[in-house]
Design a binder for this molecule. Sequence first.
Ligand code: UDP
Length: 238
Amino acid sequence: DHSQKSFDRVMLKISGEALMGDQGFGLHPPTVERIAREVQSVHEMGVEICMVIGGGNIFRGLQGSAQGMERTTADYMGMLATVMNALAMQSSLESLGIHTRVISAITMNEVAEPYIRRRAVRHLEKKRVCIFAAGTGNPYFTTDTAATLRANEMSCEAIFKGTKVDGVYDKDPAKHDDATRYDTVSYDDVLQKRLGVMDASAIALARDNNLPIIVFSLDEPGGFRGILAGEGTYTRVQ
Ligand code: UDP
């Protein structure tokens, strides 16, 4: 049953790779703009929007450490990559006329606001999009965990995890014709069956706070708005 009350405040989590288009690395401005327009169409509904964008299109801590870099340093580089992505998205959203704040977990006052919870809540109340950058500010975490943490702090009603596929499948739909999509799936099944929605710490943090995760396709034009309007296909982790 997909019926649900409408949402007033949501967290949108996308990976850094969602911003690179077909390039295989970095930022592809037309792709950033396409996603900004998806956000715009939800903003027009009056929904308050938080965003967390990963950094994997630029740098991942694990990759750096696999190549001999010290892990925590590599993780800080990954966090800095998320700030670059956040600034690109801010620029794109503001060119569409949407007031946007980048709020960084690592202080860099010339570039982004520091994270102050009550100030961020105020931005949301004023219908400004808040992009939470630099992850949690701690190494050994991911931006999925950062999205879950901030979604809890901001009292979001759900995390919308935009991916390449329209939900969670029992096996990889790119490799198996008979893969089936779950309408709903429990946090514990996601963890036990290693369904790969988000990393285990993020799933556990969502579970312990009853925060639903809506997995949907970001490649589907109008998909984000559609779900908020009660349409479309997706999986709800609950
Ligand atoms: N990162 C971190 N702490 C955090 C969030 C991110 O150390 O709280 C680092 C980590 O090295 C990670 C990189 O930032 O690999 C980029 O984030 P992530 O891999 O989550 O990006 P995505 O896969 O979503 O693009």
